[in-house]
Design a protein around this ligand. Structure first.
Ligand SMILES: O=P(O)(O)OP(=O)(O)OP(=O)(O)OC[C@H]1O[C@@H](n2cnc3c(O)ncnc32)[C@H](O)[C@@H]1O
Ligand SMILES: [Mg+2]
Length: 203
């Protein structure tokens, strides 16, 4: 196996525990463990770009620069067809409150806006994940994954994180919050992006 990394640990520049756990689970069979931005006491950079790849680059390069290590960042979100792709890069912002993130509020907003788009508005949506691997010398590599599906209401399930309780992957009849973790990772946007990263860096 060709390995681009020294050792078997990868710095993942995220403060989202749900993402970190999923990435750790997907990489574990490849003999790779992860260390998160929190454990490395890295600050959370402001995500000022209007694309997933732009924001993933900000997070990955900030971590690589701060540590001198290659860093992998994940920028992800949900694009809703009836809302012309919103919330997209603003998916986390829809959950923001003065007391932290409230995903019940964010999911309610998504459901309300689809309803307001009209009785025939489609409920189709996509989860999207862009991974950027940034190197301390300033170059980077990009890996992407998409999971198509639809948004159901009321929400169902206790697992996962974020918008998982309202998202039903295409071809299934359960939400991502009702799936086993391994089952979600096999088909998810993040699972697909991490698999592309593994093929590019550990294949
Ligand atoms: O920026 P970092 O520190 O990585 O963590 P974050 O949670 O802020 O992550 P993003 O900026 O990429 O925002 C992504 C949003 O999309 C949501 N999201 C991404 N992947 C998801 C998934 O697999 N299931 C449910 N929600 C997801 C997530 O909850 C966030 O609200
Ligand atoms: Mg973020």
């Amino acid at each position: 196996m060709t390995r681009k990394f020294e050792g078997d640990r990868i710095l993942v520049a995220t403060h989202n525990k749900g993402k970190l756990l999923e990435i750790a689970d997907i990489l574990a069979p490849h003999g790779v463990t992860v260390v998160g931005a929190g454990e490395m006491k890295l600050p959370e950079p402001e995500e000022t770009e209007d694309t997933f790849v732009g924001n993933a680059r900000i997070k990955a390069h900030a971590a690589a620069k701060a540590t001198g290590l290659p860093a992998l960042a994940d920028d992800s979100g949900i694009t809703i067809d009836a809302l012309n792709g919103a919330p997209g890069v603003y998916t986390a912002d829809w959950a923001e409150t003065p007391d932290g993130r409230d995903f019940m509020m964010a999911m309610n907003r998504a459901n309300d806006e689809i309803k307001a788009a009209g009785p025939d508005a489609p409920r189709t949506a996509q989860f999207r994940c862009t991974l950027v691997l940034a190197w301390p010398d300033g170059h980077d590599e990009v890996f992407e994954g998409v999971m198509p599906g639809s948004l159901t209401w009321p929400i169902r399930g206790e697992g996962g994180f974020g918008y998982d309780p309202m998202f039903i992957p295409e071809g299934l009849d359960i939400t991502c919050a009702e799936m086993e973790k391994a089952e979600k990772n096999k088909i998810s946007h993040r699972g697909r992006a991490v698999t592309a990263f593994v093929a590019g860096c550990f294949g």
